[in-house]
Write a protein of this length. Structure first.
Length: 175
């Protein structure tokens, strides 16, 4: 079943969660971290080309001076103009200023991808929903530690919070 989705680039942001070397390298399902990264890069290129905002969220452990190896974003993912947000909780909004950054740009729709579907992505999305954002979830741009965890989020939770699509279904309105 194809979903009709047309995003306004001036009001939309791509939010990619925890695409860091140490997380992308984990054993993930239903797809490998490298596959998630490839889909995320495709989406980021499309968003940047349309003039839409790209947000890259990564985690740091609180109270730890030296973060574990692989704690930065995957090399080459970030581009000039992207927003990088460092979270210290599961979700990307608590204590990060992300809401203010997005509202300052007039964003009202968030498109999600990243790792792990049921943890960082879902936690960030739930907070965004509570803040009144419209939510879109790109199923093939996510993975979890197990297929069951991924599927529970994608099939049960995300449809109640927003719209679930594939990378191929993400389009922008002509303007």
């Amino acid at each position: 079943m194809a979903v009709s989705l047309a995003l306004d680039p001036a009001r939309s942001a791509l939010v990619l969660v925890d695409l860091m070397d140490r997380i992308v390298a984990l054993p993930l399902e239903p797809r490998k971290g490298t596959e998630v990264l490839s889909a995320a890069e495709e989406l980021a290129t499309a968003f940047r080309s349309a003039g839409a905002t790209v947000v890259l969220v990564r985690v740091e452990r609180p109270g730890v001076a030296e973060q574990p190896p692989g704690s930065g974003l995957v090399a080459g993912l970030a581009r000039d103009g992207d927003l990088e947000v460092v979270k210290r909780t599961i979700g990307g909004f608590q204590g990060t200023g992300l809401d203010d950054l997005l509202r300052g740009r007039g964003v009202n729709t968030l498109v999600f991808g990243g790792i792990a579907t049921n943890l960082g992505v879902e936690s960030t999305a739930r907070a965004a929903g509570d803040l009144g954002y419209d939510l879109v979830f790109v199923e093939d741009a996510m993975a979890a530690l197990t297929a069951a965890e991924h599927d529970a989020s994608v099939r049960l939770d995300f449809p109640r919070l927003g719209t679930v699509v594939t990378t191929a279904e993400v389009r922008f309105v002509a303007g």
